[in-house]
Design a protein around this ligand. Structure first.
Ligand code: HEC
Length: 141
């Protein structure tokens, strides 16, 4: 019975799109992106500290937390590129960079590649700043 599972997948993907479309950029930033990026930044600091001679290695659980956080950012990136997209070249570039770098951070954390992970984390932080400079209301937060 091939058609049934296909129809199910189609319905589920429609439901997913409807949910995503209902989440505002502000809520996505507050509830998903900020906490996930904060985990990524924290692990990035731990990775740098572990690099010092004699320092303990970054625990497996922290690399795993970084993988999960990067996966959350990847899901958010799909919203920033899709239903939450705003017009303009800066948005398009920041959102696509964000997607690419979230995937790079996930891959690096999965391999425990310290240098690759730190580079992706730093560059991810740049995408926040670039997009906010143009699109985030200047409310002082
Ligand atoms: C493609 C554009 C874009 C990118 C990339 C982006 N943001 Fe945002 N962000 C916004 C916009 C637009 C707002 C303002 C939303 C509003 O107030 O309606 C915002 C608001 C926020 C807020 C404030 C939410 C609040 O409470 O009002 C936080 C925190 C935030 N972003 C964190 C981040 C972090 C961390 C990153 C990078 C890891 C990031 N954002 C990347 C567009 C972006």
């Amino acid at each position: 019975m091939r058609p049934a599972p296909l129809a199910l997948v189609f319905c589920l993907s429609l439901a997913g799109a409807a949910v995503a479309a209902g989440v505002s950029v502000k809520d996505e930033m507050k509830t998903v992106i900020a906490p996930a990026f904060s985990t990524i930044s924290a692990v990035s600091v731990e990775v740098a500290q572990a690099h010092r001679p004699g320092a303990a290695k970054v625990p497996e659980a922290r690399w795993h937390a970084a993988v999960l956080a990067a996966q959350a950012l990847k899901r958010s990136a799909r919203n920033l590129i899709g239903p939450q997209k705003e017009p303009g070249a800066v948005w398009t570039k920041s959102a696509h960079d964000f997607a690419r770098l979230a995937a790079a951070a996930e891959a690096a954390a999965g391999k425990k590649d310290a240098a690759g992970f730190s580079t992706a984390a730093d560059a991810l932080g740049q995408t926040c700043a670039t997009c906010h400079a143009k699109y985030k209301p200047k409310t002082g937060d």
